[in-house]
Design a protein around this ligand. Structure first.
Ligand code: FE2
Length: 387
């Protein structure tokens, strides 16, 4: 068997590691920092310490703290233009997936000619950009360490996925302390995104022995921590567990790609502006059920164990459905809104189903769907919601 595993980002993990930002930038001899973030992170006060640290160290900072959910492409163009005008020599991104992906994509444009959409796909970015330090404030997308960036093509209502080593941030500072103030609903939706990454990576057609070793541990850590952190945001041990699980999940899916859950979730974001984590949380149980018939028995058993299910004297034909009902119960525990509450309307089902087939995640999903099957899954989500 021949396999490949890559993790081009240098990853620091642990409480307080975000305070390494300034020394690490100084090591890189960076002087003009383009800092990408979003209004929520700014309001939560998570930019105060880094900004003070950068200013005290005498570094020049240009702040771009206006990133919108689902990372629209026009903001990438604006960020790249401002970074170029400013003469930036390093990027810093602080926030969730949208902030980190906006910085990653703007960084592509600093080293490579536009338009951005020419790099949509696998290994299409020829040159690496500036040094980029990514600091996540959610335990969700793992964008800080993955080789992917997802940006909304607003005109064509589609998610572009830039995938390759030249997209990755150079350094990730994964500091669980930054997630301690995350409100319950965001804790839930971002955590479900991380759980989806772990599960889809485990059953991906591109899974390898390395990712197979990491993914079940990621599932176990996230599934155990999420209900606790949702119920009690001050449960720092649960928060740390989810963050570690998220790190492991990111190491996996950055190599394996994803599956039908993400293929269904991206069009929900592109057409109806459903936030990424929420879209995955809504689709996870039905997407896993759809895929289960193509998942090897030993993996079904291992996932069931990771979710804390009793597996003794139970066959895979029982454990598969048990996994799906556990996921459904988890979405109820976390009070994940229904597909309709999230703003999706039934008239969008045909176009979302067609678009889901074009998603990069569909390449590595274990059971190749038809548009009709995906449409049926969307309809089932409406039916679950009583609509
Ligand atoms: Fe995701």
């Amino acid at each position: 068997m021949q396999t490949m595993f890559t993790l081009p980002t240098l990853v620091y993990f642990g409480r307080g590691v975000s305070r390494q930002l300034v020394p690490l930038l100084e090591n890189q001899e960076a002087k003009r920092i383009f800092l990408v973030s979003d209004p929520g992170v700014r309001t939560a006060g998570l930019l105060d310490a880094p900004l003070n640290g950068l200013q005290e160290a005498g570094l020049q900072v240009r702040l771009f703290a206006e990133v919108l959910p689902n990372a629209p492409d026009f903001q990438v163009d604006a960020a790249a233009e401002q970074a170029r005008d400013f003469g930036a020599d390093a990027f810093v991104s602080i926030g969730g997936g949208s902030s980190m992906d906006t910085a990653k994509a703007a960084n592509i444009l600093l080293a490579n000619p536009g338009p951005l959409r020419r790099y949509d796909g696998l290994n299409l970015v020829p040159k690496p950009g500036l040094p980029h330090i990514a600091i996540p404030t959610t335990a969700g997308t793992s964008s800080e360490l993955t080789v992917a960036a997802v940006i909304s093509d607003e005109k064509n209502k589609k998610k572009m996925v830039f995938f390759g080593r030249n997209v990755a941030a150079s350094i990730a500072l994964i500091d669980p302390e930054l997630t301690y103030g995350l409100p319950p609903a965001l804790t839930a939706s971002t955590g479900m995104d991380a759980l989806t990454h772990a599960m889809e990576a485990y059953i991906s057609t591109a899974a390898s022995p390395v990712t197979d070793a990491l993914a079940p541990e990621a599932i176990a850590l996230i599934a155990a921590g999420l209900p606790l952190a949702y119920r009690n945001g001050a449960d720092t041990e649960a928060r740390d567990k989810i963050m570690l699980g998220c790190q492991l999940a990111g190491c996996c899916f950055s190599n394996t790609g994803l599956g039908i859950v993400h293929s269904m979730a991206h069009p929900m974001g592109a057409h109806c502006h459903v936030p990424h984590g929420l879209a995955n949380a809504i689709c996870l149980a039905v997407g896993m059920r759809y895929s289960m018939s193509r998942v090897p028995g030993h993996k079904i058993r291992r996932m069931a164990e990771a979710l804390g299910l009793k597996t003794e004297n139970r066959g895979e034909e029982v454990l598969g459905p048990a996994i799906c009902s556990t996921l459904k119960t988890l979405t109820e525990t976390l009070r994940i809104p229904t597909i309709a509450q999230a703003g999706v309307t039934k008239d969008k089902i045909p176009v979302m189903a067609e678009d889901s087939l074009k998603e990069l995640s569909t390449v590595t999903t274990p059971r190749q769907p038809t548009a009709g099957e995906v449409a049926a899954l969307y309809r089932e989500l409406f039916a679950h919601a009583g609509q």
